[in-house]
Write a protein that binds this ligand. Structure first.
Ligand SMILES: [Cu+2]
Length: 146
């Protein structure tokens, strides 16, 4: 009889420990974000960055985490420029990943061309942005996700 009582106490203890662990695990899961398929991209926040020879305008970009965003890349220069931000791209979900081509770290834009990049930023932080072709000329900027 004491053996059975001990076993019940043990099982109760395990169940309680499991309940506490599940509850704390749930509390650290970030708020649910809609899957890409259900997002209304027509409501994207539009942010434009212009690339010239050799600078980004503006030099500080700010995006809001969790909101659909449309980044409009404009190349008003005479050379190809590249929106290169490897750490930033690791933290976003692109609507159309093929916009990256195969590089995975940047988006090239030909002279006098435009490109739209739609995404949802998933993590807050500050990220470096350069033109991989012209960072030596000071073509650098930064990205804030808040
Ligand atoms: Cu460039």
């Amino acid at each position: 009889m004491p053996m059975i009582a001990d076993r019940r106490v043990l099982l109760l203890g395990i169940a309680l420990a499991f309940a506490i662990c599940s509850a704390s695990a749930q509390s650290i899961v970030p708020p649910a974000t809609p899957s890409l398929a259900t997002i209304d991209w027509s409501k994207s926040e539009l942010i434009t960055i212009t690339m010239t020879d050799y600078e980004f305008t503006p030099r500080h970009l700010a995006f809001r985490r969790g909101l659909p965003t449309r980044l409009h890349l404009v190349n008003d220069g005479t050379e190809i420029h590249d929106f290169t931000a490897p750490d930033f791209f690791k933290t976003i979900d692109l609507r159309d990943p093929s916009v990256m081509r195969s590089s995975g770290i940047g988006i090239p834009v030909d002279p006098h061309q435009r490109k739209d990049v739609e995404f949802i930023a998933r993590m807050p932080g500050r990220f470096g942005l350069i033109c991989a072709d012209h960072d030596w000329a000071g073509m650098t900027a930064d990205i804030l996700v808040e």
